[in-house]
Design a protein around this ligand. Structure first.
Ligand code: FA5
Length: 345
């Protein structure tokens, strides 16, 4: 039995030494020290030995068991350490690999043009005002000198929510709202926002588009102030050598009313496809605030005067960037919008 034990020990120690992995070593442990293993069997068979041999044999079996256990533990420590090392090597980060590019987003070209226009007017001391897109007929039309049945309403056909509520057709209702809220104080605001019209969509028209309104009210506000402001604006947006031209026009809420053209930035006035061979490009509508509009908002037109203007940033962006179809702004085609890089502004 002693010999058998010796053989068992050597066999176990060899297998422990040969084990190449934690799992393999565990199998060896179960095979030799487990409940069904040979060492347990030997201990169980102890009862069959003559009583005088039992202490000696018992001690021997225990020594073998301890030797095997210790060998197992130290081999296990080596294998575990090796496993950790291997894992560390596998998972190590190769800092020399080139990084994956993270595509950066950008502002929509329309947002950029609106912000550029806002920045210009803020630098001139204007404040930004806002108004609701779902608007009362009163502010959209009546308070702007367009009573029910006025023929000029037809030029801005709207989407009606009810007889008295509609999607605003322009940002001009913010004029009426601001004047009403300011109760006779001086005003200097611009109002960017979405507007809606029952226009058929084509290359230059959309049923939903953006406008920026401007309104200045106070004592001694004159037509020359409007002209000077628009002249500076044109130079800022389209180049220092731009000239402006005011043509008589009609808006029920301004008197006199004008359309402002700028000298063509492409041909300089000689005539080209951008200016349709006229040398001039139409940019916005404007005028002196109609006395009726001032009166309806609680201002005394014999004391204060004002000017107002309204423009479509889509049309300005189209001119500035040579965009031939307004619908490009709304379709979110990444091939189109990714061409506008903020740093190029
Ligand atoms: C107005 O809407 C006036 N409220 C502007 C105004 C304000 C005049 C204050 C006087 C004083 P108009 O209908 O012309 O005006 O529109 C102004 C601008 O909106 C146009 O010059 C054009 O750039 C843009 N616009 C008009 N309709 C459309 C459309 N369907 N799609 C895209 N842009 C449009």
């Amino acid at each position: 039995m002693e010999q058998q034990l010796q053989q068992l020990k050597e066999e176990a120690l060899k297998k422990i030494q040969d084990a190449q992995g934690v799992k393999e070593l565990n199998d060896v442990r179960v095979a030799y020290l487990g409940k069904k293993g040979p060492i347990t069997d030997l201990l169980k068979g102890m009862g069959k030995l003559p009583a005088e041999e039992r202490p000696k044999m018992g001690a021997l079996v225990n020594v073998v068991r301890e030797t095997v256990t210790e060998a197992l533990e130290s081999r296990m420590a080596v294998l575990e350490e090796a496993a950790i090392q291997a894992q560390l090597e596998n998972e190590s980060i190769d800092v020399t690999l080139p990084g994956r590019p993270a595509p950066a987003g950008n502002h929509h070209p329309l947002t950029r043009v609106v912000e550029e226009i806002e920045d210009f007017f803020i630098s001139m001391g204007y404040e930004i005002a806002e108004g609701p897109e779902v608007e009362k007929d009163y502010y959209n039309f009546e308070a702007l000198n367009l009573p029910k049945g006025h023929p000029a309403r037809d030029m801005q056909d709207s989407f009606y929510i009810s007889e008295d509520v509609l999607l605003r057709t322009h940002t001009s209702p913010v004029q009426a709202r601001t004047m009403e809220a300011k109760k006779g104080e001086a005003i200097k605001i611009i109002c960017p926002g979405k507007v809606y019209r029952r226009d058929n969509d084509d290359a230059t028209h959309s049923h939903q588009f953006t406008q920026i309104e401007g309104l200045v009210v106070g004592e001694n506000i004159r037509m020359s102030d409007l002209k000077g402001t628009l002249d500076l604006f044109a130079k800022k947006m389209f180049g220092a050598d731009r000239e402006i031209r005011l043509r008589p026009s009609f808006f029920p809420f301004t008197e006199p009313s004008v359309e402002m053209d700028i000298s063509c930035f492409k041909c300089g006035g000689a005539g080209c496809n951008v200016c349709k061979k006229t040398g001039w490009i139409e940019i916005l509508g404007a005028g002196m605030v109609h006395p009726n509009v001032l009166k309806m908002a609680g201002y005394d037109p014999s004391v204060v005067t004002g000017f107002a203007f309204g423009m479509g940033p889509e049309r300005i962006a189209m001119l500035k960037y040579g965009v031939e179809d307004i619908r490009h702004f709304y379709t979110n085609d990444i091939r189109f919008i990714s061409q506008f890089n903020r740093t190029e502004a």
